[in-house]
Design a protein. Structure first.
Length: 553
């Protein structure tokens, strides 16, 4: 039985026919939809480990696709509203025998000599040595002979560690000024460097291949469905580093490569295999945000680290706590951690990061001194993505630290004279200032959009919102709503022993809600905006826009 459509207006009838023809054409397959051979979707591994690996790779790709530096750094904190349960490392807190773990945590091999690039400036350093030596003698007498030790309110002399930190804080800026003024004629780039005094340095990365803790092992053993026979499989551990060098120099051009990036595996020296829980070394875990700050803010013109000075006063305090001294290993640990963290945070400002691998190496120089003892290090960052997929043999690159043993600049200062002056130490110090930055030969920011930073984005709402969130995260201020926790009496009387069955179940562990640690950064109620101030304004039920309030004069 057929039905006939009666339309009074002929124009309306033609319009309906054309609409039907246009809609029906959507369902007509074209020639391009057919293939000569069948195409099947990829067969995915549905195991728990494979699904978890795909999830991590999806997070890494999302971070890499973001166009600005601030958005990439915010995305690192997106999975955790209250921060990551991360291992906290500090510049001046170094455990005993921590060198193997530090090399593993930063994937760094240690070479006990400076690279060959410093041999090219040997002649200039030797020529400048006599003039600088005379001026340095006067500076040493001024700071270490004519200045009396500080005392507290009781008239007691302060500890050796405190006195060493005070002397290095006063001496290092004067030493840097002397060398810059005297060597600028041989290295004109020293005139355009920027100096930072005790800048803030923080770095975050994810380390793969770490042994799981006891609690996680017990959970895996109970959950045989997903973890049968895999209770001891390694996991990723977030690491947050905190430091503050006495002085750092920055330039708008990077330092030259110390060696070819692809030949890093051929350098003598190995990366120790250390997969134990870092808590066996005495380090602690704490909830903290993923923050990468190299001592300056994104958008600064001079973003490449040239050199940094570190203090070694903590060794005096460390000797009082340890029965066996390992000064040299501690100095190597300090140099590796600082150099890796500084270059990693600089790499984050260039568009790379803990989940975005480098495409070219970054170099820096580090000097650890208290005025008398000196340790020199040159570091090259070849890889910064160290999570599970890029850990161990799966990563074709490794970082390299060229470091010397500690050396004395002089033996003693007596009767207004510096005795036992070591010219080789001063010569090495001069060489560090003679290395010239080079013009980059590659694309320095391959994973950033043309805007580079959120301050260059034309969208006002996006710019203001991102900048506000970025500054709040980097400030390390606590959240407005504190993290919910399980109290001791709840653990005993509600979880371990169900002794309160009649009490109203309102807590997250009673209602089946996810734990506070699983809350995402974007999981919150936004600020309320009145209807007449919303953009675009909210429509009423009748389909009309709300009436704007009138102001009577």
């Amino acid at each position: 039985m057929a039905f006939k459509l009666s339309v009074a207006n002929e124009a309306t009838k033609k319009s309906l026919i054309s609409q039907c023809r246009r809609i029906s054409s959507y369902f007509q397959p074209s020639e391009s939809e057919y293939e000569s051979k069948p195409v099947y979707p990829p067969i995915l591994d549905l195991s728990y480990e494979a699904r978890k690996e795909r999830k991590i790779e999806e997070i890494a790709q999302n971070i890499t696709k973001l166009g600005t530096v601030e958005e990439k750094l915010i995305e690192l904190n997106a999975p955790k509203y209250y921060g990551w349960w991360a291992l906290n490392l500090y510049e001046r807190v170094i455990s005993y025998n921590a060198l193997p773990f530090t090399q593993f945590a930063t994937r760094t091999c240690l070479v006990n000599e400076l690279p060959s690039i410093y041999n090219d400036v040997d002649a200039i350093a030797l020529k400048s040595l006599p003039i600088i030596k005379d001026k340095l003698n006067d500076l040493l007498l001024q700071e270490f002979e004519y200045v009396s030790p500080r005392t507290n309110r009781k008239g007691e002399t302060k500890s050796e560690a405190t006195e060493s930190d005070r002397r290095s804080r006063n001496f290092i800026p004067l030493l840097n000024r002397l060398l810059v003024n005297q060597l600028s004629q041989h290295n004109e780039d020293l005139q355009t460097t920027e100096v930072d005094y005790e800048p803030r340095l923080e770095a975050f990365w994810s380390l793969g291949g770490i042994e799981p803790g006891k609690i996680l092992k017990n959970i895996r053993e109970k959950n045989e469905k997903f973890h049968k026979g895999k209770a001891d499989d390694p996991i990723d551990r977030p690491i947050q580093y905190y430091g503050s060098p006495r002085l750092s120099l920055r330039h708008n051009k990077p330092l030259p490569q110390l060696l070819d990036r692809n030949s890093g595996l051929s350098v003598e020296g190995t990366v120790p295999s250390w997969n134990l829980d870092p808590r066996v070394m005495g380090y602690k875990y704490k909830f903290c945000r993923a923050v990468n700050v190299p001592g300056f803010w994104p958008g600064t013109e001079t973003q490449h680290g040239y050199m940094s000075y570190l203090s070694r006063g903590y060794l005096k305090r460390r000797d009082e706590e340890l029965s066996i001294s390992d000064h040299q290993d501690a100095l190597h640990v300090q140099a590796i951690l600082h150099s890796f963290a500084w270059t990693l945070s600089q790499a984050c400002y260039l568009g790379f990061g803990p989940y975005t691998e480098l495409t070219y190496p970054l170099s820096t120089q580090t000097i650890i001194t208290d005025g008398q003892n000196y340790s020199f290090s040159a570091y090259q960052l070849n890889t910064c993505a160290l999570y599970n997929k890029h850990s161990g043999d799966a990563n074709p690159h490794r970082n390299v630290c060229f470091s010397t043993d500690e050396m004395k600049l002089y033996d003693i200062i007596e009767n207004g004279q510096v005795k036992g002056f070591n010219d080789d130490v001063l010569k090495s110090l001069i060489k560090f200032y003679l290395i010239k930055p080079t013009e980059p030969q590659v694309n320095m920011r391959p994973y950033l959009s043309p805007e580079l930073y959120i301050g260059n984005v034309s969208d006002t709402e996006r710019r203001q919102k991102t900048e506000k969130n970025f500054k709040f995260l980097v400030s390390n201020r606590p959240n407005h709503i504190l993290k919910d926790e399980i109290h001791q009496w709840e653990k005993i009387y509600k979880i371990d022993h169900d002794t309160r069955p009649m009490e109203k179940k309102i807590r997250f562990f009673e209602t089946g809600d996810p734990a506070p640690g699983m809350k995402r950064l974007d999981d919150f109620n936004p600020k309320y905006v009145p209807k007449h101030l919303r953009n675009p304004p909210k429509r009423s039920r009748r389909g009309r826009l709300p009436v704007q309030p009138s102001i009577k004069l």
